[in-house]
Ligand binder design. Structure first.
Ligand code: V47
Length: 383
């Protein structure tokens, strides 16, 4: 590996810790965020990444399904949620969910990633039927379903405890949970960007309960709006603390805020510099998270590719039909083919490995043949 050149002297003691495998603290996290020396921060993050994963970079073949965009939370950060009677509001009948899922399976999906709005009228049975129906029809596909925020909402509307909601969902067939809704845990920030939603403390408590029940989950951080570097560090360290306790988190995904079509549209758009910094700092502070994802939908395939050298070891998936970021003005394509993902990874000097949701390598020769070859979709990279 080439040598580390540090132009910011404040990073020297941190680099020593990183090379010695010593855990970083909050002050180190702040120094990393404040340092203009992006390349040195990236070098350190890549050092940790390559020590753990070598040249391996994971991706998966997945299908996103958002059963409804009707949402009572009205978060300022969000361009996806709608009032029930607003133009563009939709809720899928279960048959539409099966149809989308079947399309995903035809593309070779090993995972359904399912999240939606906090619908005022849908009964808990709708969600249970949705899970049971998917499990029955596609037992081989991993169900990564519902954020901590949705679980908190289902607990409120059913008057069941969070634990009981999770137990019922697990019995219905939920295998693990995505990491959304974490945003920034600090209450000052939540008051502005997602006032009526599950608090940061509740998000962490729900994740703890899920992990105790054997449901693993991901975690996210939404950055690039009104949060300070201190609030980012606090967020990451709260996740690290919970991970020390439960070891239930699978991957961490830093999510860049897209302001378009949201109530925060006046905020500046994110930058590649901040994207790479966030990826690198998360790799360095979250020493007990195995996987850091460069979610290309949000970062653009170009930045996601570079992020692989800044600490990320996963590109997420082929996705198909992404709505949350595209409603917020994302100009990335809605899907990438397997061969596009592999090319991006190889070109950056890494080895692509298809994984399942829990990062076990996927052996395609043991799976049923695809009805639609995953490389037939031609995608033009627009950014
Ligand atoms: O929870 C919403 C964020 C998340 C906007 O677990 C926005 O594998 C930017 O959690 N601009 C959903 N972000 C996406 C998510 C995710 C994505 C990929 C993989 C996984 C995983 C999880 O997107 C929301 C929220 O934090 N979000 N609106 C917006 N305007």
């Amino acid at each position: 590996m080439p040598e580390l050149h540090i132009s910011d002297a404040r990073l020297e003691p941190i680099a020593k810790k990183v090379l010695a495998g010593v855990r970083l603290d909050a002050a180190d996290g702040l120094a990393l965020y404040r340092s203009p020396d992006l390349l040195a921060v990236g070098w350190m993050a890549n050092h940790v990444r390559e020590k753990r994963h070598g040249k391996t970079t994971y991706f998966n073949i997945n299908r996103h399904i958002n059963p409804t965009n009707v949402c009572t939370a009205h978060c300022r950060l969000c361009a996806f949620g709608r009032s029930p009677d607003a133009p563009g509001a939709y809720t899928y009948a279960l048959d539409e969910v099966w149809q989308r899922a079947a399309e995903g399976v035809a593309e070779g999906a090993t995972e359904f990633h399912i999240v939606g709005g906090l619908h005022p009228d849908l009964p808990f049975e709708y969600y249970l039927d949705l899970i049971r129906g998917l499990k029955q029809r596609f037992p081989q596909v991993h169900l990564k379903v519902f954020t901590m925020v949705e679980i908190g909402y289902l607990s409120r509307i059913t008057k069941l405890s969070v634990r009981d909601v999770l137990v019922k969902l697990k019995e219905a067939g939920v295998d693990s949970m995505p990491g959304g809704g974490a945003e920034i845990f600090n209450p000052r920030v939540r008051k502005v960007i997602c006032d009526h939603k599950t608090s940061g403390r509740q998000w962490l408590d729900i994740a703890r309960t899920a992990h105790e029940l054997g449901l693993r989950s991901n975690a996210t951080m939404l950055f690039g709006h009104i949060e300070t570097p201190e609030e980012r560090v606090e967020h990451l360290l709260l996740l690290r603390q919970l991970q020390d306790e439960t070891h239930g988190f699978v991957a961490f995904i830093p999510l860049e805020f897209h302001p378009e079509n949201t109530a925060l549209a006046h905020l500046p758009k994110p930058t590649g510099y901040d994207d790479l910094k966030c990826i690198a700092v998360s790799r360095l502070l979250l020493d007990n998270f195995e996987h850091i994802k460069a979610y290309w939908i949000m970062l653009t395939p170009r930045i996601a590719q570079i992020a692989l050298k800044f600490g990320a070891n996963d590109m997420d998936g082929t996705v198909i039909e992404e709505k949350i970021y595209h409603d917020a003005g994302a100009t990335t394509p809605q899907e990438l083919t397997r061969s596009e993902l592999e090319r991006l990874i190889r070109e950056a000097g890494f080895e692509p490995v298809e994984r399942d949701t829990l990062y076990r390598p996927v052996d395609r020769s043991k799976l049923p043949p695809l009805t639609r070859h995953p490389n037939t979709t031609l995608v033009t990279l627009t950014t």
